[in-house]
Design a protein around this ligand. Structure first.
Ligand code: ADP
Ligand code: MG
Length: 238
């Protein structure tokens, strides 16, 4: 059974059709990248999957269960935003714990998860600092850590590296690959950087004006682009 199933998803903002009949199956543990030019609907599609927005048409199922009417908190997913979205007045530790403290997760378990994520992301020395006292890369690690401690079935990442400088992006790319290997969790990764998509993803979804142009492995897209748009975007010869 596929972990995530989008069926004929449509999203309109007013009279504007932003997502047009998108259908897609994502397998358990798969690393999927959504790529396409600015404004093609990548973030909108991710927000629909997250449950932060409702589709105008179509349905979304997770593990075979229809979640189209279910809110973000109950979908078992965790989103990482481009802007980090950390609470500036809280310490890193408090940022990691926030939202877990009023759940059924016992306090000792929360502490263990924070310690584990902090070790994995090498942010142990910064746990008592506030986000303002961290570098961009450290903040991004905290944002990823906040998703990890939730133990989600799937991670939704919206251009998580695009605010970092080129050198750090390369480092963080390798760290994301290692994280995916270690957690074995499904990752849905939005980027406009084709190199990121080609190196990280099991499959790439190429979007254009709210439609899927092609879905395939990096090699398939490179060797057999469906059209000039895909070829141009992927950087394949055409
Ligand atoms: P991407 O992430 O690929 O750059 P988005 O999903 O952010 O693209 O946006 C797709 C289109 O939807 C854009 O034309 C954008 O202006 C429009 N859009 C996104 N969110 C809203 C909204 N809340 N209200 C109106 N239009 C929106
Ligand atoms: Mg976007």
């Amino acid at each position: 059974m596929s972990e995530l199933e989008l069926r004929n998803i449509v999203k309109n903002f007013g009279a504007v059709e932003v997502i047009r009949d998108v259908s897609l199956s994502v397998n358990d543990g798969e690393f999927i990248a959504f790529v396409g030019p600015s404004g093609c609907g990548k973030s909108t599609l991710l927000r629909l999957i997250a449950g932060l927005d409702k589709p105008t048409g179509g349905s979304i199922a997770i593990d075979g269960k229809d979640v189209t009417e279910i809110g973000a908190a109950d979908r078992g997913l965790a989103m990482v935003f481009q802007s980090y979205a950390l609470y500036p007045h809280m310490s890193v530790r408090e940022n990691l714990a926030f939202g877990l403290e009023n759940t059924k997760v016992p306090k000792a378990e929360i502490e263990a998860r924070i310690a584990d994520a902090a070790r994995m992301l090498e942010i142990v020395p910064f746990l008592q600092r506030r986000p303002g006292q961290l570098s961009g890369g450290q903040r991004q690690r905290v944002a990823i850590g906040r998703a990890i401690v939730r133990r989600p079935d799937a991670f939704l990442l919206d251009e998580p590296l695009s605010n970092l400088d080129a050198e750090l992006r390369v480092t963080m790319r390798a760290e994301l690959a290692a994280l995916h290997a270690r957690l074995q969790a499904t990752m849905i990764y939005v980027t406009h950087d084709q190199v990121e998509a080609m190196t990280l993803a099991d499959r790439i979804v190429v979007l254009r004006s709210g439609r899927i142009e092609q879905i395939g492995t990096p090699l398939e897209l490179y060797n057999k682009p469906a059209n000039r748009f895909v070829a141009g975007f992927i950087g394949a010869p055409h």
